[in-house]
Design a protein around this ligand. Structure first.
Ligand code: IPM
Ligand code: MN
Length: 382
């Protein structure tokens, strides 16, 4: 199969972790006989340095023509002083809205190998878990191109007040709900709508739309939770959750919280899709997607070969699955990540949480750099 991929390494640790993901993809291409065509493009801080703009128009053009975008991270203190519309993050937001990727899938599951890196107690992890095991496996579906991130914003003439508007249309709510229901149908068939409907009118519209969409999925158990309560339940009984669907801002916050429960934000991949998986405008009728680790550019550790490349590699796996329909290859990549962890290899963010747990014998945990971890994944793919 021919797969055209726009690669945006971005800033900070972005180029390092994407470098490892690309090696894994090239290996998969050779092994399974696919032709991956990579086109590198600029966005974020590096784009500002080289072109003066966080999202050069040619980057959006290139991305639109390809089947998927693989992205590292954007931003850094160097560009913090710039006005809002010229910040590196504008590049990311512009890319998301320019490609119309309204549904952001952020899976967060506790791998048995990383049990010791999860800050929760066994009894908390076992609570509400059907199998009573200390584990959880949830998916946050975050609306990505609407709400307060893209609403009107501004300041009063005297500069003494400011506003950002949270606005959603029925259409925007319904399409992301349908992606979430579709995901729940393929999982444990539970969907939780997270909002602040006791205060926000926009949340009340989400509930109204959900009440209609719910009827099309009679085998899915639907519930609603206020976001403050959800933040609490995530650390009280993460086993409660299967699919969480929520607005742009709430999804941003809850996914960082969920990531820590998996051991490290360095483990979490994401897929941002322009349609329901299986339909849409991407390669082979699949939706166009942006695939990126949810961690940021981590400028403090950039260029030191210590960043965790696994979230980027797992994002590449999501790309194979959702944009190219290569399920076997995606699963092989995920299994290889598990195998590297089985060998006791740990980047700094997931290391040192007590030897002897997670199936790793005392003293067998081995600190690995970015490249070494990437190599271990390649080895496991052989
Ligand atoms: C994320 C990030 C971005 C967001 C930032 C960098 C704009 O935090 O992808 O979660 O808020 O969406
Ligand atoms: Mn975030």
């Amino acid at each position: 199969m021919d797969c055209s991929i726009t690669v945006i390494p971005g800033d900070g640790i972005g180029p390092e972790v994407i470098g490892e993901a690309l090696k894994a993809l090239k290996f998969i291409g050779k092994k399974y006989g696919h032709r991956f065509e990579f086109t590198e493009a600029l966005a974020g801080g590096r784009a500002i340095d080289e072109t003066g703009l966080p999202l050069p128009p040619e980057t959006l053009e290139t991305a639109k023509k390809s089947g998927a975008v693989l992205l590292g991270a954007m931003g850094g203190p160097r560009w913090d002083g710039l006005p809002g519309h010229l910040r590196p993050e504008r590049g990311l937001l512009g890319l998301r809205s320019g490609l119309g990727v309204f549904a952001n899938l952020r899976p967060a599951a506790l791998l048995p190998q990383l049990r010791a890196a999860c800050p929760l107690k066994d009894e908390v992890l076992a609570a509400a878990n059907p199998e009573g095991k200390p584990a959880f496996d949830l998916l946050i579906v975050r609306e990505l191109t609407g709400g307060i991130y893209f609403g009107e914003r501004g300041r009063s003439a005297d500069g003494n007040s400011a506003f950002d508007i949270e606005k959603y249309s029925r259409h925007e709510i319904e399409r992301v709900l349908r992606v979430a229901y579709g995901a729940a149908a393929a999982r444990r068939k539970k969907l939780c709508l997270v909002d602040k409907a006791n205060v926000l009118e926009s949340s009340r519209l989400w509930r109204e739309v959900a009440a209609g969409v719910e009827k099309d999925y009679p085998d899915i158990e639907t519930s609603c939770l206020y976001v403050d309560n959800c933040a609490m339940q995530l650390v009280r009984a993460p086993g409660l959750f299967d699919v969480i669907v929520t607005s742009n801002m709430f999804g941003d916050i809850l996914s960082d919280e969920a990531s820590v429960l998996t051991g490290s934000i360095g483990m979490l991949p994401s897929a941002s899709l322009a349609g329901v998986p299986g339909r849409g405008n991407g390669a082979g009728g699949r939706p166009l997607g942006i695939y990126e680790p949810i961690h940021g550019s981590a400028p403090d550790i950039a260029g030191r070969d210590i960043a965790n490349p696994l979230a980027a590699i797992l994002s590449a796996a999501m790309m194979l699955r959702y944009s190219f329909g290569l399920e076997t290859e995606a699963a092989a990549l995920e299994t290889a990540v598990g195998a590297a962890l089985d060998r006791g290899l740990r980047t700094g963010d997931i290391a040192g949480h007590g030897a002897g747990s997670g199936g790793i014998a005392a003293g067998a945990e081995k600190i690995a750099g970015t490249r070494e971890m990437g190599e271990a994944v390649l080895k496991a793919l052989e």
